[in-house]
Design a protein around this ligand. Structure first.
Ligand code: PSV
Ligand code: MN
Ligand code: MN
Length: 388
């Protein structure tokens, strides 16, 4: 029997971090379609993220990307976030947009470029000290385009050396989160292409190094929930970057391409203790809204994660265990499908009202006039970075 009781406490506590870059203009290498009202600085990105939280009640932090979100005074930005009802979250390091990085950043063959990249990563930890952020998320665009271009082994050694230097610099509860991605922008070999590589480096580093699973960064057909279950089992799942992919790293709205996959992933999160109150798994969106309006795009994304979470929590674990132990394949599969096919939207609407929110965040945002206000007030919005 599908029971939504267990979902309540998890949904009430759930917080999904938003990426600052989701609010700026973005696009492909073919065209960036500018939208009216996009933020002109990091403060306005924080204000937009806070608006998503205002209507969903489930997006209490915003991730920054350095140097895209460079400001003179990070303490001021952090206070501004708190005044708007949210906090600054993960710091994402950008070591991929300088001409110097043509052949890589921390794996570059030239020690001067490696030093420059490492210095930036260390500076990101300085920023974390000022913002109070726990997580430093590292995604590297490093790799090669042609066989023979560089030594695959030497690049792994250089990567390990840089990661160790960053790890050494962490203090308090700070964590290093290493993200992998199958390919792009490198097309022959990528230096952190998969969870095996990321995990190996994190194990070598120690306890405060964890892996980030970006749902868009796998080959088609990859069983992502298997990766999630394995990393949780090893205590090495640090965070999620949620998004949808149809062909490659599309950064589309989470749950748009394959809601069933999102449900399966979140079910493994549940089974592995990732929703427990003492869990340190971070849930984040990593999306760009190239053609759709950005704030409603993020609101919809948060709702999609909430719906998949509710369904994952609706699985009858006792019945499932019984079916699995007795080898009743069809019953076991049926139990999962019953939960997936449950319409959890009325339950989520009721929960929102209980929390003092409006039942339909999309409609509430549309009626608020915020979108019209920022379009009138802000002229000359900033690029998010991607496709700029
Ligand atoms: C590039 O693929 C990427 O989308 C990674 O997923 C990072 O998390 C993100 O950019 C921000 O650097
Ligand atoms: Mn990502
Ligand atoms: Mn990506």
């Amino acid at each position: 029997m599908v029971d939504l009781e267990a979902a309540g406490p998890v949904l009430r506590a759930q917080s999904i971090e938003l990426p600052s870059w989701a609010f700026g203009n973005s696009g492909t290498r073919f065209k960036v379609f500018a939208q009216p009202g996009v933020p002109r600085d990091p403060f306005e990105k924080v204000a937009d993220a806070a608006t998503v939280h205002e209507f969903t009640g489930a997006a209490g932090t915003v991730a920054l990307h350095i140097p895209w979100d460079e400001v003179d005074d990070y303490g001021k930005l952090a206070s501004y976030a708190v005044e708007h009802g949210i906090r600054l979250g993960t710091i994402n390091a950008n070591v991929f947009q300088d001409d110097d990085y043509r052949l890589g950043s921390v794996t570059h063959p030239d020690p001067r470029v490696r030093r420059k990249a490492l210095d930036h990563l260390l500076r990101c930890v300085d920023v974390m000290d000022q913002t109070g952020s726990r997580d430093l998320k590292l995604w590297f665009a490093d790799g090669t385009n042609y066989p023979g271009q560089d030594s695959i082994r030497a690049r792994q050694d250089r990567l390990a050396e840089a990661l160790a230097a960053v790890y050494e610099r962490l203090t308090g509860d700070q964590r290093l989160i290493l993200e992998y991605k199958l390919f792009e922008p490198a097309f022959y070999s990528t230096d952190v292409p998969d969870w095996g590589t990321a995990l190996t480096h994190c194990v070598a580093l120690g306890d405060r190094a964890k892996v980030c699973v970006d749902t868009g960064h796998h080959a088609p057909g990859t069983n992502i929930e298997f990766i999630v279950a394995s990393l949780l089992r090893l205590g090495k799942l640090g965070s999620f970057d949620f998004n949808s992919r149809f062909y490659a790293d599309d950064d589309l709205i989470v749950g748009a391409a394959d809601p069933f996959q999102l449900f399966r992933i979140l079910f493994e999160v549940r089974c592995g203790g990732g929703f427990d109150t003492d869990s340190e798994v971070a849930f984040m969106l990593d999306q760009c809204h190239n053609i759709e309006p950005k704030i409603p795009g993020e609101i919809r994304s948060v709702m999609n994660v909430q719906e998949a979470t509710a369904k994952a929590m609706a699985v009858d674990l006792t019945a499932l265990d019984e079916a699995q132990r007795t080898g009743d394949v069809l019953a076991a599969n049926g139990i999962l499908m019953d939960a997936f096919n449950t319409d959890v939207r009325p339950m989520l609407a009721a929960l929102r009202e209980e929390l003092g929110l409006q039942a339909d965040p999309m409609a509430a945002y549309a009626a608020s006039g915020y979108g019209e206000r920022i379009a009138a007030d802000r002229v000359g919005g900033a690029q998010a970075g991607w496709g700029a």
